[in-house]
Structure formats: structure tokens, C-alpha cells
Design a protein around this ligand. Structure first.
Ligand SMILES: [Fe+2]
Length: 269
């Protein structure tokens, strides 16, 4: 992998001795260029993310927070700055990945090269952050170069439990219009993970909670903090009444427990 975050990992990332490491995944906040802007259905993504960050801070005290892409709907620098301020409310270390709506160049300029992609060491786990974004396209791809880096990372440390995070779903969800815009080389990617130290894969893009298992590896799709897609439908269908996030307990022996959290939002937010 291009970079490890070891040297400046905050103490909290060590996790409690003998216990589990607590990771929170927030996904697809889609902050607009205008703070008060609205997504379809009148959804105010910034107000919803603010509510969720407060709920995370008050409720769970996670060890680390990861945002799996589509941070900004239009990729403007100002939206990344506002996102940073909201995430800081949680008071825990946080990391970000780019999604198809993001501008990776702007993100690198704002968050710094060290934030993504890379590797987080946490409570005996290794969390690999991968970029799956193809500029100008909705679907994603790992590609040859990142695939080679991933293979090297998996070979370097074949034992310890590993989690992989990316924006695009590498597995089919039974939702044709969403599956058509997933990870184009998903099959190659999942094949690469089979038999490795990877115990789980987290992704966004689905705007819906999703969980499946392949080759003994758990695959988790997360809800959006702003608005959801309805899985299993032939045509695009959205749900605007709630936003959510996902939490994970990462156990030293490689087990993962996951939980979906939802907040029902009233009209006008
Ligand atoms: Fe999204």
C-alpha cells in the first residue's frame, strides 16, 4: 500500500486491551456547495450529517470514524471544509475515502496525501483504504496498479486481521441499476481477497444497509447519512425519511460484529 499511518496514529487507535476496536462508518453525506442546499425530496444533507455526528459523539464514543465516499455532491473545496468541521464534533480520529461525486484532486489538496488512500493500524487490525474512483464516471474500478499494490500489501502481512474499505460495491446486490454502476472489476477484486487475511470489506455508494458473505469474508454496504436507495427494485427508488450510519466491533481474533443505526428525519430537514 502507498502509505501507512503508523507514526502519527493517535493513542485511541490502539483499542482496549483484550476488547474490541470500535469503528464507525458514515457514508455518502453528499454535502452541497451551499450549506442550506437541498437534495431531491427536500433533503438537507448538511443538517442530517450534523445530527448524525452529534448522535455518534453522544452515543458510542468510537475509536475511529471512516467516511466511505461521496463526501461532497459537487466536489467543491468549501464543502470539504464544512465536512471537516462536522466530523470534528465527534471528537475521534477520522479518515475519508473519495466517491464518484468527489473531486479527488481537491480532496488531496484539502485533506493531504496522507489521508487517502492508505493504511490505518487499529487494535491489532489493519484497515486498507482503496480508491475505486474513475474520474467522470459513476462506476468504479480498482485497476491494475492499485490491484498490484493490494496484492503486495496482502502478501506482506498474511496473518493479522485486515479490513478493506472502498466506495464502490465489489459484489452484486440484486439491484440491477445499482449493480451496473458498482466496481467494474469486482470479480477480480473479490477473487484477490479470497484466502487472504481480509475478514471484511466496507463500502458506500449503495445508500442502503447491505450485508453478504463470500469466501468467508463479510461484505458490508452502509446507509447514507442523507438519503437511501431501495435495494431489490428494477428501477431507481429513493427513501428520504431517514439517514444512518454503521458501527463495527473488530475483535482481535478477526470476528466482526456490525450494527446499522438510523435516525428518522422530519419533513424539512
Ligand atoms: Fe452517493
Amino acid at each position: 500500500m502507498p502509505e501507512t499511518r503508523d507514526p502519527d496514529v493517535p493513542k485511541g487507535l490502539a483499542g482496549p486491551a483484550g476488547g474490541y476496536f470500535r469503528l464507525v462508518q458514515i457514508s455518502d453525506p453528499h454535502l452541497l456547495a451551499e450549506p442550506d442546499g437541498r437534495l431531491p425530496g427536500g433533503v438537507r444533507p448538511e443538517a442530517r450529517l450534523a445530527r448524525i455526528c452529534t448522535a455518534v459523539a453522544e452515543g458510542e464514543a468510537p475509536d475511529c470514524l471512516l467516511v466511505t465516499g461521496d463526501l461532497a455532491h459537487e466536489g467543491t473545496p468549501d464543502s470539504y471544509e464544512r465536512l471537516s468541521r462536522l466530523l470534528a464534533v465527534t471528537g475521534v480520529p477520522w479518515y475519508v475515502l473519495a466517491g464518484n461525486h468527489d473531486d479527488e484532486e481537491v480532496m488531496h489538496g484539502f485533506f493531504g496525501e496522507s489521508l487517502m488512500p492508505g493504511c490505518i493500524r487499529a487494535g491489532g487490525w489493519r484497515i486498507l483504504l482503496l480508491s475505486s474512483v474513475l474520474p467522470g464516471q459513476v462506476a468504479g474500478r480498482i485497476g491494475v496498479r492499485a490491484g498490484r499494490d493490494l496484492a503486495e500489501a496482502l502478501m506482506e502481512e498474511p496473518a493479522g486481521p485486515t479490513l478493506v474499505a472502498l466506495h464502490h460495491p465489489p459484489v452484486a446486490t440484486g439491484t440491477p441499476w445499482l449493480d451496473a454502476m458498482g466496481l467494474a472489476d469486482g470479480r477480480q477484486f473479490t477473487g484477490q481477497l479470497a484466502g487472504s487475511s481480509v475478514r471484511g470489506v466496507l463500502f458506500g455508494h449503495l445508500h442502503a444497509p447491505f450485508e453478504t458473505s463470500l469466501d468467508g469474508i463479510r461484505y458490508y454496504g452502509a446507509p447514507s447519512s442523507a438519503m437511501q436507495f431501495v435495494l431489490g427494485q428494477a428501477n431507481p427508488s429513493i427513501e428520504t425519511g431517514w439517514g444512518g450510519w454503521q458501527s463495527y466491533q473488530l475483535w482481535p481474533d478477526g470476528r466482526i460484529d456490525s450494527r446499522v443505526h438510523r435516525i428518522e428525519f422530519e419533513q424539512g430537514i
